[in-house]
Design a protein around this ligand. Structure first.
Ligand code: FUB
Ligand code: ZN
Length: 639
């Protein structure tokens, strides 16, 4: 069994799942309306976005140009512009601010597929009108340059995110077209894509450039798959091939070469086909790797596929937190060296875990193996869900595994670690990113090929596949029971991923195992019951990770658990879990036998064990931490 199975299109998946229904509904009911307000800068106390404002300003510029009026220019020389450093009519916010509107639209599109909502559709259509009114006649669409300097477009690909914003536009456009059949945004994205294809490439007179923040690669592939336009795939391939070749394009465009510019941060230090380790900015990395896997598959490029495999291996075995977080260091929001996974300094940006799920999905298409679904599950049920508060109105950007509120307030090195979710961020990439992922979660669960239907994730749903209708009744998160009812049109294979955490599955039908998938031969009406025993476990991290020696984490099914001071009091470092003691489920919580050490009176003491008293340690799922105000939190506890 190799790869090749494509995700089942979302309009053929009706999710109905006791765990996911409320999450998806929270996104529809709270997150999308809230984010819409945030993009309009109408949330009291939240950092300003300026996103919609920029589209309005850019629309005015386009109108003025059409009327033959002269339009002022402003400098494009910073990553972030605000009321203090920019003229009122100039662009405001981070240079990539447009992308938040596109991500919101993409999330809205997915929500509309699963549940029609005329108010949401009206908001989305209005926003699309605003976006399209800001597009230049040649197809260019990035409000930073349209407002500030039309003559300077595509002159600083390294820093100013035009190709990244295009990527989000294209993704939103395809999603909105697939959700509604409306073509306005798709046409705008295609016009911008056409301009990009005309501008970048190997032919004489074209720029041999590529974006400093990757995304256009996977987005062009998505546009190719939606439209069949070959040049989109060709340009995606070009962007990947050209990246990291010498002399560096980023040096050429700036007219200078410096020793310090090694471009690891942008994954542009060497061509992707020669990359074997995940380095640099984690979100950029996983977006690039996703595009590489797409291009490797569609262009039958085995060398590129091998690079993807190596990078995957590096992430999964050396750079992945137990929570599915990636990006261990705040410096450059980046991957660190192998096995450097600090708990308290972790960056683990929500977007990086979202992107890791994209990469996993594409790797499973290249060559099927349960390891991809396992990592996606880790990221999805832990870091991605932790990114959003229970109210749908507060968000984490950084997802550490250990938090001390005092350190976040007073230790400069931990300023990035917020002890509670924030109402919004001036750099608000994460909230709409997790909204679009949650809205499309079905696409990461189900895939199909001519003779196989794959269950990558156990999300309850009714799925119309080419082979028949599959109904998954899933209590995966609670009891671990999953019932799959097949009403097949023909004989086919149902491939169900064996969860990494499950030692002994019970299945009601015979199966064989390949690449970590249980293969069931099904035909006509078939009901298969799967029981994955969901029990709390102690999990040890490799002793190559210095931080976690002598500690353990508690997991239960797909969830990683953590201790919070709200349940256990302050001083979580003085809790000790019993390695032989009981771990008991108590609703959503896990109770663990352990001890609490008495706090020492002196700083240095001749060695003897501290006094300790037996205690029950209360753990909650990691994704739910921080919903009860500021407090200490720890995933790994002493054992
Ligand atoms: O650069 C755009 C976005 O801002 C990145 O994806 C995030 O990591 C943040 O740096
Ligand atoms: Zn982000």
């Amino acid at each position: 069994m190799t790869g090749g199975a494509r995700p089942v299109p979302l309009h053929r998946i009706q999710v109905d799942d006791p765990f996911w229904n409320p999450v998806i509904e929270l996104v529809r009911r709270e997150v999308l309306p809230y984010q819409y307000e945030a993009l309009h800068d109408r949330i009291d106390g939240a950092e300003k976005s300026y996103c919609i404002d920029n589209f309005i300003k850019a629309g005015r510029v386009v109108q003025a140009l059409q009327n033959g009026k002269s339009v002022p220019t402003y400098p494009v020389d910073k990553w972030c512009y605000d009321d203090g450093n920019a003229a009122p009519e100039a662009f405001h916010g981070w240079v990539f601010q447009d992308s938040d509107a596109y991500k919101w639209l993409e999330a809205a599109a997915y929500s509309l597929i699963s549940r029609p909502d005329s108010a949401l559709a009206a908001k989305a259509d209005g926003l699309i009108d605003l976006i399209c009114a800001a597009q230049l006649p040649n197809g260019y669409l990035d409000t930073l340059y349209i407002i500030n300097d039309r003559g300077a477009v595509f002159t600083n690909l390294r820093d100013f995110h035009e190709l990244y914003c295009f990527g989000h536009l294209a993704e939103a456009a395809v999603a909105y077209y697939e959700a509604t059949g409306k073509t306005k945004l798709l046409a705008a994205a295609r016009r911008f894509a056409d301009l990009i294809c005309d501008t970048f490439g190997e032919a004489d007179g074209k720029k041999r450039g590529y974006g400093g923040h990757e995304l256009a690669e996977l987005a062009l592939v998505r546009l190719f798959e939606a439209t069949g336009e070959q040049r989109y795939l060709d340009t995606a391939r070009f962007l990947i091939r050209e990246r990291g070749t010498k002399p560096y394009y980023f040096d050429r465009e700036r007219g200078k070469e410096t020793e310090a510019d090694n471009y690891f941060y942008h994954q542009a230090h060497t061509p992707p086909v020669h990359q074997h380790e995940a380095v640099g900015h984690a979100v950029r990395g996983v977006y690039l790797y996703s595009g590489m896997a797409d291009v490797a598959r569609l262009c039958h490029d085995s060398a590129l596929a091998a690079a993807c495999q190596d990078i995957w291996e590096n992430i999964e075995t050396k750079k992945l937190y137990i929570t599915g977080g990636i990006g261990a260091t705040v410096h450059g929001e980046a991957f660190s060296f192998d096995y450097d996974l600090p708990n308290d300094l972790a960056y683990c940006e929500t977007c990086a875990s979202v992107g890791l799920i994209f990469f996993a999905q594409r790797m499973a298409r290249l060559s099927l193996n349960a390891r991809y679904g396992a990592v996606a599950e880790r990221a999805l049920y832990n870091t991605v869900l932790a990114g959003m508060g229970e109210d749908g109105k507060h968000f984490f950007y950084v997802n550490p595994l250990e938090v001390l509120p005092q350190a976040s307030a007073e230790d400069e090195r931990k300023r990035h670690v917020k002890p509670v979710r924030q109402p919004w961020f001036s750099c608000a990439c994460c909230p709409p990113n997790l909204a679009r992922l949650i809205g499309s979660v079905g696409a990461y669960a189900f895939a199909e090929s001519a003779d196989t239907v794959l269950l990558h994730q156990y999300i309850g749903a009714t799925v119309q596949t080419e082979n028949g209708v599959i109904t998954v009744d899933s209590d995966y998160c609670r009891s671990g029971r999953v019932t799959v009812t097949v009403r097949g049109k023909q004989a086919f294979t149902l491939a169900a991923r064996l969860p990494e955490w499950c030692d002994s599955v019970q299945a009601s039908q015979p199966y064989t195992v390949q690449n970590g998938y249980m293969l069931f031969a099904v035909n006509g009406e078939t009901v298969i019951t799967l029981d994955f025993p969901v029990q709390p476990k102690l999990v040890r991290c490799s002793n190559r990770v210095r931080e976690n020696v002598g500690k353990a984490a508690v997991t239960c099914g797909p969830f990683v658990y953590c201790a919070e001071a709200a349940d256990n009091g302050d001083g979580l470092q003085r809790l000790v879990l019993s390695k032989n003691g009981a771990l008991r489920r108590d609703g959503d919580r896990v109770l663990a036998d352990g001890w609490r050490e008495q706090a020492d009176d002196k700083l240095y003491i001749e060695y003897k064990e501290p006094a300790r008293t037996p205690t029950t340690v209360t753990l909650i799922p990691y994704y739910r931490w921080g919903n009860r105000g500021e407090n200490e939190m720890q995933v790994y506890l002493r054992i």
